[in-house]
Write a protein that binds this ligand. Structure first.
Ligand code: HSX
Length: 204
């Protein structure tokens, strides 16, 4: 998980930070274990970037399971038929959630990775553009979808994912991320679409 490389973001990311529980989440004791397992790596992949490394969370079976369980508890019984995971870390958290709630998993991939016919959605990054693609026919009109990723920063990636799903007529019920960087105000870019996060990375 990397931030955008602008000076502004670099300065934000280089401030001392700590994980706090999301204001949107109750004080479930499992959250403490989850947040302590997320490693923050300064100056990776470049100077000024604080990398949010969820691979350390995956090394702890309890914390990883707690992460999945918290999402499953929220979405089970909500008539969600599609979990759409964003490449690449959405592919780690999305499938176990999908299996547990009885939904299909649909990967939203970077360009030229999917072999079938795709629809594409470009989005703006701090410098340049990126793109997500989804297989045509993977999602039907009227399906209820959950979008899953590891982190929301500026919100551009989640917006592109929602656009893809809505273009094929699906209803995006909510976006779910493990981590939110609230200083980057990604939540405000989601056009009122609900966002559920487990931990915030907040300035001290
Ligand atoms: C990171 O950037 C995460 O894994 C997400 O996929 C994405 C979030 O950035 P943003 O679009 O919210 O700024 O690599």
């Amino acid at each position: 998980v990397i931030s955008s490389p602008s000076l502004l973001l670099s300065s934000l990311y280089s401030l001392p930070h700590l994980y706090t529980m999301s204001a949107y989440k109750d004080q479930d004791p499992r959250l403490h274990g989850i947040k302590t397992k997320i490693r923050v790596v300064p100056n990776f992949p470049k100077s000024g970037i604080m990398f949010q490394d969820i691979t350390t969370l995956l090394l702890d079976p309890k914390a990883f399971k707690d992460t999945i369980d918290l999402f499953v508890e929220r979405y089970k019984g909500k008539n969600i038929s599609v979990v759409a995971g964003i490449e690449a870390r959405g592919f780690i958290f999305g499938p176990p959630i999908a299996l547990a709630i009885g939904a299909k998993f649909v990967p939203l991939r970077k360009p030229r990775k999917l072999p079938g016919k795709v629809i594409s959605q470009e989005y703006i990054l701090e410098y340049g553009r990126d793109c997500l693609e989804m297989h045509v026919g993977a999602v039907e009109p009227g399906e209820r979808a959950l979008v899953v990723d590891d982190l929301i920063a500026t919100g551009g990636t989640l917006c592109a994912a929602m656009d893809l799903l809505e273009r094929v007529g699906a209803e995006v019920v909510e976006c779910a991320c493990v981590i939110e960087l609230p200083e980057l105000k990604g939540r405000e870019r989601l056009n009122g679409k609900p966002l559920y996060v487990l931990v915030e990375y907040a300035e001290i």
